[in-house]
Design a protein around this ligand. Sequence first.
Ligand SMILES: Cc1cc2nc3c(=O)[nH]c(=O)nc-3n(C[C@H](O)[C@H](O)[C@H](O)COP(=O)(O)OP(=O)(O)OC[C@H]3O[C@@H](n4cnc5c(N)ncnc54)[C@H](O)[C@@H]3O)c2cc1C
Length: 495
Amino acid sequence: MMKKCVIIGSGLGGLACGCILAKNGYEVTVLEQGAQIGGCLQCFRRGDALFETGMHYIGSAEPGQVLYTFLHYLGVDQKIQLSKLNPKGYDVISFKGQHYLMANGKEAFVETLAQQFPQSREELSRYYDLVKQVASSWAMHSLRKDVDLNVNAEYQMRSVNEVIDSLISDPTLREVLAGIVPLYAGEKDHTPFYVHALIADSYDQSASRIVGGSSVVADALADAIRERGGQVLVKRMACQIECDDKQATAVITSDGERYAADLVISAIHPAKTMQMVQSRLIRPAYRQRIIEGRNSTSAFTVYLKFRKDSVPYMDHNFYYYRGDSVWGCEQYDEALWPKFLLYMHFCQEANPVYATTGEILTYMTMDEVRQWEGTHVGRRGESYEAFKQKKAEAAIAALEEEMPGLSEKIEAYYTSTPLTYIDYTGVPEGALYGMMKDVDLLGSAGVTSRTRVPNLLLSGQSITLHGMMGVLAGSMVTCSEVLTMEEIISQLNQA
Ligand SMILES: Cc1cc2nc3c(=O)[nH]c(=O)nc-3n(C[C@H](O)[C@H](O)[C@H](O)COP(=O)(O)OP(=O)(O)OC[C@H]3O[C@@H](n4cnc5c(N)ncnc54)[C@H](O)[C@@H]3O)c2cc1C
């Protein structure tokens, strides 16, 4: 008889695990609390305008690169169309009045930045090599078993800023290299360098948008599960992981249904998992540590619908820092908000000439919206609407500093706050990327996919890493607990 695997959460982590295990003979059921699958991969439409909510560009998705290998192995690569960002500058960092471009590949990366930092050419080269070396020390990033575990361990314990400062002498270049910090909601002295290295290396390989929005990926993964006899069920909120003395036996949903399981994978925030499982096998100290663990900060987003053919499509991402450091933007006074903006266009066709939609993303703490906690989408009241309008106007005005005249080209805009993320993904505090990775909380204090309940595994962005590449790599690690790492790497290489 096929073993039954019940997966909680249909975000990227839940769907990827479902797909891998369905390929390997499990009878998979994915339970999703919301009406739409995908978690952060969800898109929304307003008329003919399409908006991404939590996946704006992906790295290393070209043939031969690591994300491509994952997508190909999962059998979804053919269903995903990419639109490549500019290899000569896929990310543009605006810092203290200058624009700095991140280009793909070592030569272009070093030469482009060396034009503005001619004294730093050799340091840039060493930085680039270290990013590659640290990224390669992760088995699931290099798809090799014989990785350098010493490098791996060292850069889990050293912070992004400490490592960059040790390599780069120019203070402005240090800031510029850390300019992608919103991609991991990094915090000075806390975020481990490996997080920066894995993300920087992935985008260095290639950077692309997903044509038609990233919900395409969620749909393709769900189809792949169904094609192998599995099911993906929406409006099924898991509320209990039932256990006997030795293991998990079933998942119970809020409508009282019981889904018997030989294996349970919880691909939601680990704190929520801990609240659902009452087994004595879980030590109180472990449970407490996870429930009280720090989350990454949250975001405020303005979704822009442009007037027809008024805004040329931007084939790069634009990071605009308004202060004198890229660090610390998660702490702000209202008067100084927003301290940074990430501005991007969406891609509804492969080679757009004009952008139909764009997005301004910046940090927002949960405290700013705490007074409306517990209210529901569309029914939070006039004060909330006024708050969002004020914030949206401040964000658009800040962008105007760099893109004068843009606001005249906006036909309509929509907004989201930390409360929106809580409603649509269930993540506590609307945390952008789940639990914080912290140099002080690695090794024995980190959250791994294995739990004390032998057939209850964890997956999703809080475990290994967030993001398309990080969550897929983490899903492989989670599934390796039942299939072995050798088997997964061998299957990936054969694919
Ligand atoms: C604003 C934003 C921008 C981002 N941009 C990028 C980007 O450009 N590139 C990139 O690579 N990554 C990006 N990311 C990160 C990436 O989207 C996430 O790391 C990843 O999608 C998370 O997947 P997940 O499966 O861990 O969690 P989620 O996507 O949060 O999915 C969890 C799912 O579980 C469901 N759920 C929760 N509780 C229950 C329950 N009790 N029962 C049943 N279901 C439940 C939720 O409804 C949700 O569908 C971004 C994230 C955000 C928030």
